[in-house]
Design a binder for this molecule. Structure first.
Ligand SMILES: [Zn+2]
Length: 357
């Protein structure tokens, strides 16, 4: 075609058609190459081998894609260390726990699975099920009880081996295990607590039922009123895309302060996909050698695995049982009548007024 002359309508159509045919041919070539690559090399005919060597770029591209898919698939797999290896790792971990100056624990849904609360990203997790289009059966959370892991953490704190706990879970089980309020930051709220933000200090109502039944993203009023001032109560849940501002139960200040002092972080049952987005929790502003040493207990891959001093592939309850044995510490059994939320126990709180109903 002559330079400078604009194309006629029929020329443009012909060019578009040629382009379409070329793309279709490339797609078909790619499909062919992909089919051949799926065969074992020994079963490929000489024509197929010749086609592959003539399409090196497509082969490289498909192999790269395949590797990426495999990597993603492996990340979702649950891996268990052999019992002997797990024991060896826990022995190392116990020495670290004993020697730590300031140890903080980060917990995720994986520590509550034994309490019949489904975790999020495991093969049977809420998120995975929703992705597969399956329905989730509502679990009555107040029937769930703190697990061996919750009770072990409370015991470690009592023995001053753990200074603070940061949890992504909203199930309230840390509080019910007897872990003191000030040693806990519930980053995404607690589904058994509703607050009056009009009262000063904020008045909290700790319930035996889930207060979030009528609340949702950006809709936090629970439908009940503060019996002191009459204002509407709100839940404490932080949804994806929201920024939680409440001092309690989120307790961000204590989480950040504790992270800045930590020399060891122990992550239990969290995919860390959400927690990794909070750089303060990992002291990312410090040079790497001055950051806390990282120990991770999780069955699946986490984005922090490469930075961990040790990764333990095991169920949290199994690891904590071994750990408490190594440390020679007892795990108190859960006592429903003694706990502060469902039982008659009491606790003293500063800063907030608490009511039980
Ligand atoms: Zn009020």
């Amino acid at each position: 075609m002559a330079a400078g002359r604009s194309l006629s309508r029929s020329e443009r159509k012909a060019a578009a058609r040629a382009e379409f045919l070329l793309q279709e041919e490339q797609r078909e070539r790619r499909r062919q190459v992909s089919r051949i690559l799926h065969k074992p090399a020994a079963e490929r005919s000489s024509e197929e081998a010749a086609l592959l060597s003539g399409c090196q770029e497509i082969v490289r591209d498909l192999e790269r894609l395949h590797k990426k898919r495999e990597r993603l698939r492996r990340r979702l797999e649950e891996v268990c260390d052999e019992p002997e290896e797990l024991r060896r790792k826990v022995s190392k971990l116990s020495a670290v726990v004993r020697g730590a100056k300031h140890l903080i624990i980060y917990t995720g849904a994986g520590i509550s699975t034994a309490a019949s609360i489904p975790d999020y990203r495991g093969p049977n997790g809420v998120w995975t099920m929703l992705q597969k289009g399956r329905n989730i059966r509502a679990t009555d959370l107040s029937e769930a009880e703190p697990t061996l892991t919750h009770m072990s953490i409370a015991s470690l704190h009592k023995h001053k081996l753990v200074q603070h706990v940061v949890s992504q879970n909203c199930d309230g089980l840390h509080l019910r295990s007897g872990l003191p309020r000030e040693a806990l930051s519930e980053l995404h709220g607690n589904m058994y607590i509703e607050v009056c933000t009009s009262c000063t200090p904020n008045r909290e109502y700790v319930r035996v039922f889930d207060v979030t039944e009528r609340t949702a993203l950006h809709r936090h009023h629970t439908g009940r009123m503060c019996h002191k001032c009459g204002a509407q109560l709100r839940d404490t849940i932080v949804h994806f895309g929201e920024k939680g501002m409440l001092q309690q139960p989120l307790n961000w200040e204590a989480a950040i302060e504790s992270a800045s002092k930590a020399d060891v972080i122990l992550c239990l049952g969290s995919s860390l996909k959400v927690l990794k987005k909070y750089p303060h929790l990992w002291c990312m502003s410090k040079p790497p050698r001055r950051r806390p040493k990282l120990y991770i207990v999780n069955l699946q891959w986490t984005p922090k695995d490469d930075l961990a001093a040790l990764k333990l592939h095991g169920k949290c309850d199994d690891v904590m049982k071994l750990l408490m044995d190594e440390l020679g510490l007892p795990i108190s059994p859960y006592d429903r009548s003694a706990e502060i939320v469902l039982g008659s126990g009491t606790a003293s709180y500063t800063n907030t007024t608490l009511d039980y109903f």
